[in-house]
Every structure is written in C-alpha cells, then in structure tokens.
Design a protein around this ligand. Sequence first.
Ligand code: ADP
Length: 604
Amino acid sequence: MGISRRQFLTGSAIATAAGALSLTGCAPSGKASSSQAPSDASIATMGSGMGKHGNIQIEVVTNGGKIERIDVVKSRETSGLGDTCMDKLSKLIVDNQTLNVDTVTGATLSSMAFLGAVSEALDSAGEKSSEWKKRDKALQPAPENLETTYDVIVIGTGGAGFTAAISAANKGKKVLLMEKLGVFGGSTALSGGEMAVPSNWIQSNLSIADSPATLAEDMLKGGDYRGDPELVNVIANGVFDAAQWLTFEGGVSWEHDLLFFGGHSVKRSIIPTGHIGNAMTTKLTTRAKTVDNITLIDNTKATELVKGADGRIGGVKATNTVTGDELSFTCKAVVMACGGFGANVEMRAKANPDFGEQFNSTDSVGAQGDGLDMASKIGAELIDMDLIQTYPICDVDNGALIYLDDMRLDERTIMFNKEGKRFVEELGRRDVLSKAILAQTGEMAYEIWDQKAADDTKVVDIHIDEFENLSSRKLCVKADTLEEVCEPFGIDAAELKKTVDTWNSYVDAGKDTEFNYRGKMSKISTPPYYVVAYKPAVHYTMGGLHINPKAEVLDASGTPIPGLFAAGEVAGHKMGTNRLGSTSMADIYTFGRVAGNNAADFVA
Ligand code: ADP
C-alpha cells in the first residue's frame, strides 16, 4: 500500500516501519536512509518536539544530504514569538546547512523544541544530526548598512516602545527602535492584552455608566493613593484615544465583550481579538515595519545613555547580543520603553526582600531592569522601587500567567482552598488575592467552573493549548463529578460540595453574604466540572523611573533630563502600591503616545 504525499514520518520508529518519502516519485523509498533514496530525489521526513504550547511538528525536505526546506506542519506556539523563532532558525539552518545554531532569545523553549524536531527529522532521513551539530556555527545575521544617526531612539519593543516609535515617526522623525531579544513584544506579548477603557463602545451597548474620573479614582484607590494623581489622570483621560489609535493606526481588533478586573468599580476592560497581548504586538510590529522612517532591529541591547556636554541626551551605546559587536548611535532624544524588572530576581530582592527567589515570574526574560540601571547612571531618579506586584493565578511549576483565569474575570468561577472552602472575594485586588492565597494550605489555591461557563464564555476553547498543557501535568482537571475533580488534588470534596451549594444559594438570593461578590453571579451546577490549581508569581514592578505627565524623566531635584523620556512599566509612580488589572495596557499605549510625540517635538 502506498502512502500519500502528507503521510510523512514522525520519528525514527515510524521511519523504520514506513520509510522516508521520496518527493520526486511520491512513493515510499523503503527504509529511511538517504542511501536508499534516489540521489536526485527529495525526501520529506517529520520531526516533533514539545514546545511552550504543546507538540510542534515539522517537515524537513532533504536532497542529496542537503536540507532544501523546513516547514512547520503543526504548532500552537505564540505568534510573534514562537513562530518568529522557528522562521529565523529555519532560514539560518537552510542558508548555512548546519544545526550548530543558538536558540533565539525570548523564545528558548520554542527554539529547543524546533531544533529537537529538526534533528529527529534529519535522523529519520538517514542524516546524522549529531554531525550537523558539529558543523560551522551560523549566527543570526546583524542588520546590514545600519545607520548610526537618528532623531529619536526608542529602547524596547513592548507596547510602549512600538507606540512611542510609531508616534515619533508619524511626526516625521527618523527613529531607531531596538530590542535586545531575538523576538519582539516583551511582557506585553505575554499579557492577556486587556485594556481598561472608560466610556468605551461596548460599555455603551451594555448601558454601563463610566468615566475617566471613575477609572482614575479606581486606580488611585486600588494603589492605596500612593500613585501620582497627575500621571493617573494622563492615563485615564488619554486611554480612550489610545484605544482608537491602536484600532486605526495599529490595526488591532477587539472582541465584542468586556472583562471585569478585580478592584475596578465597573466592567470596562476591552479584549484584543485572541485574548492575548501578542495580538497587539504582532500588529504593531507589522505597522512599525511599514513606516518608512523606523529602523526596527532585534538582538541589540542598549547598554549606556550618552549625555552631551550641554547636558542633553546625545546618543545610545549598545551591544549586538549575537555577535558581541559594540555599537554607538547618536540621537537627540531617547524614549526608554524597556519594561520592568520582574524577571531579575536579584534586583527584586534588593528592592524588596519579600519578592526575591521565593517567587517565579510571569514576565518576559527581557524584564531585567536595564532601563533603570542605564538612566540612573545619568542622574535619573528611581521611585517606588519596593512596590512589586504578584499575579494571583499562575502556573505552580513555572509562574506563567494562567489565561484560563479569564473565567474568573468573566465572573464564572469561585476560588477555594484545599479544604474546599472559599476564602476571599474573587474580584478583589491582585495584592489582596495573592496575600489570601499565600495564607492557604501549600500557599496555593483552586478555581472551579462548570461546563455551562465553558460553553458560554468559550474560555477553555480559546486557551485550549493551555488547558491541555495544565491537564497533562494534572494542574487542571475536568471530570463529571465534584468528587472526581477533587481527587487528583486531594481537595476535600464533601466540603467543596457544601461550598458550591452555598454559592448556588447566593445566586438564587442575589447576594453573597460571606464575601460580598461584586460581579454577576452564576450557578456552578452543570457537569463536567473544571478545577485549576495556581499560586501567585511576580507580575509587575510598580516602581521605576520618575516621570512627569509629559513622560520626561526627572532627576532627583525633579528637573527633566533634556531629551530623555520614558513610557510603560519602566516608569514608576503611576500604580501606587498595587496595579489594577488591565491598567498596564491603558498605561503603555497612552504614555507610549505621550512619550513618542513629546520626544519628536523635543527634537524639532
Ligand atoms: P512595556 O509593557 O512597558 O511596553 P515590555 O516588557 O512589554 O514593556 O517590553 C519591554 C521590552 O524592552 C522587552 O521586549 C525587553 O526585552 C526590551 N528591553 C529591555 N531592556 C532592553 C535593553 N537594554 N535594550 C533593548 N531592549 C531592551
């Protein structure tokens, strides 16, 4: 029996059984060995590897001992991160006919899965991947003919950096946008992407009354009034325009629904299509590439801000992280958009010992606080550095954000502990939830929802890769009865049953007399049930560079450093002691525009 064009091999076991496929004749060529295939024939073999979001499968086409092509057949790796790294690695491998390549920084897991899959496919084709790994090393190419003089340099390609760069370029300025990792997007790409926008179009459809003043008050209150009201007002008053800008300039599209984030007084957070921040950063990457006067480069780490004799910013020194080459750029203004320091354990512990190595982090590996080091060396003031936020609902193994938690923000889950008891109001502030979780058995807790919630919200379908990943590690369980769903976790099922019955009685009564739940309550009564386990991880650093409402970076005397601007998580004093969910997107896109526009005007 012949095999069809797409029935390729998935590893050596199948290779031996079925043989590699000669593409010239579209017929199996017997045992998977190049010596048994016609020398002028192309052979397609498959390989697989476990990526960040499940199994990836690739097809390698070899001919006469050379790789002609590598195609990704199946992958759920994050768009803009995992897929970008696979594209880059494919090109490098094919162009240089070697497997001696480095992983792409910022997408290490996807890179390793991809390289493992290519090795497997090569072995199935009768090549020796171990030999290919010993060939000459190929490096990601540095940009060719890179100019060294710009009007504005923007450091970091999260939401703030893209927005600042596009805004400055749209004012006619020549912009360099640099990223130290091999992929763009920063922590923004890993976030849920939801954005608090008062008086938005969906709220008007749902007759939800809201205003910028209400958002400002919620943010200030949510941060115990430690945030700077002037900075908060810039965000609250500018975020509606920023959302419009993202839509029309950035090409971002939105779901027709809202989420209710903890600590907000009304439901106001718009959701990018796909429910993840990379839906924004991939669009912004595309946009930045089409704007003529933006030069966008990766693998370039800013290391030093250069001040001229006149005290103005005059340039940036940087290192190509692949080649190690030192680079020197001149410019008239810099926008720091390099994110926070949540991934830098040492810096965290120094800023506040309560948030040291005891916590994992949800952040991009790029969140190392480089911007704080560089700017403070030229006199910038750091503020609120000890204020660090954990996200309550994170993977207990690795600290990744659990996107299935959208179920809670969709008002469809209750939180409970190993003893089966609720212990906190589910829509409370992140710091309140985190503290409450850490006080439970095992410093962790659980959420439960039912099939009706899954059907109504589609949250499980949207995040099916995460559901499968957590399920494979028994950190999320779906089962027909409460007993079964509790069993793998050792949760007290009898007590959870009482808790769920009590919750359902609150739904009937229209009031939660225990914790005063602020959202719309729905019963949990339609099996199968889902339970997910979680614990807090460091998510956001509220401190950073001290800025004024024009996004100018201030020195210790409160005077702006001429030509130095900052936007996004690198800039502190906006969120007070605790950032409310979905206000980071509000901040980065609003202040990204302010910083980009003002940097452009400064240069003029
Ligand atoms: P924000 O949400 O404020 O936009 P993100 O964390 O999303 O911040 O993005 C910040 C980006 O800045 C990350 O991609 C990070 O890798 C990048 N970055 C951090 N430090 C540097 C540096 N020294 N040079 C270039 N890029 C940097």
